[in-house]
Design a protein around this ligand. Structure first.
Ligand code: HEM
Ligand code: HEM
Length: 191
């Protein structure tokens, strides 16, 4: 961690935050219809599973990149206008989000690897991700339950986190643009 805190989120940190959020929400949205597609529509089911796995792996990789950046660069201090209990609560929620952002894809990977159906995992549809363990009915039954429960917890926490961020933005004490900005601020050129 650097000695001094940065004044702002870097462009890479902001983009990775947005990318992670989009992938997590999309992986969650795809998960329910994918499981419900009947086996008769095998190709559609296969494609939805691969899309789900790709989104989950992308969220995982983006999270690892975020953690590396955070360790090297740090993060800006939370708004001084926030009451101390809210700053403490935000720290706890952010830590829980990071744990779940790593755990949910890892659990998903082992769910896929132990599935009796032995469906391979492709990242982006063409990069084969080897399964380090084989099919196992008992482990699969447990892992799919834990993966699903952890994914629900991740999305509920993320929704609470987003609502809190929106609330503080509307109260004018922590503008969303600090992290929801995809470009660097335009520099003004004087004539
Ligand atoms: C699945 C969705 C999301 C996830 C997993 C997520 C995760 C996180 C995490 C882990 C941090 C802490 C960054 C750090 O300390 O290194 C963070 C920061 C932040 N997020 Fe999200 N986020 C999500 C969606 C959103 C949304 C939709 C909003 C806005 C409506 C939002 C607003 C913010 C803000 C403002 C911060 C900075 C907080 C601060 O400076 O203390 N996030 N997010
Ligand atoms: C942030 C990332 C992820 C989220 C939010 C997520 C969410 C979910 C949810 C909610 C389900 C339950 C669907 C249901 O039971 O109807 C599910 C199932 C599943 N997920 Fe994920 N997942 C993520 C990442 C991954 C990854 C990375 C993989 C594999 C590489 C994966 C593989 C699976 C598999 C195989 C199932 C189906 C298990 C079954 O047949 O019942 N997931 N996921």
């Amino acid at each position: 961690m650097p000695a001094e805190l940065p004044r702002d989120w870097s462009l890479a940190q902001r983009r990775l935050h947005g990318l992670t959020a989009a992938c997590v929400v999309a992986a969650f949205a795809v998960a329910w219809p994918m499981a419900g597609v009947p086996l008769a529509q095998l190709l559609l089911k296969f494609l939805l599973y691969q899309l789900h796995k790709t989104l989950g792996i992308a969220a995982f990789l983006a999270t690892l990149a975020r953690l590396v950046l955070r360790a090297r660069r740090g993060r800006p201090a939370a708004s001084a206008l926030l009451p101390p209990w809210q700053r403490r609560a935000a720290r706890v929620v952010h830590a829980a989000l990071y744990v779940l952002l790593v755990a949910v894809p890892v659990l998903g990977y082992f769910t896929a690897a132990t599935a009796p159906a032995e469906i391979p995992t492709f990242f982006l549809g063409f990069i084969r991700v080897p399964h380090v363990v084989g099919p196992h009915e008992g482990a699969f039954t447990l892992l799919r339950l834990v993966h699903r429960a952890a994914a629900i917890l991740l999305d509920v926490l993320a929704a609470g986190h987003a609502l809190a961020a929106l609330h503080n933005h509307l109260r004018g004490i922590a503008p969303l643009a600090t992290i929801w900005r995809w470009r660097t601020a335009r520099t003004r050129h004087s004539a």
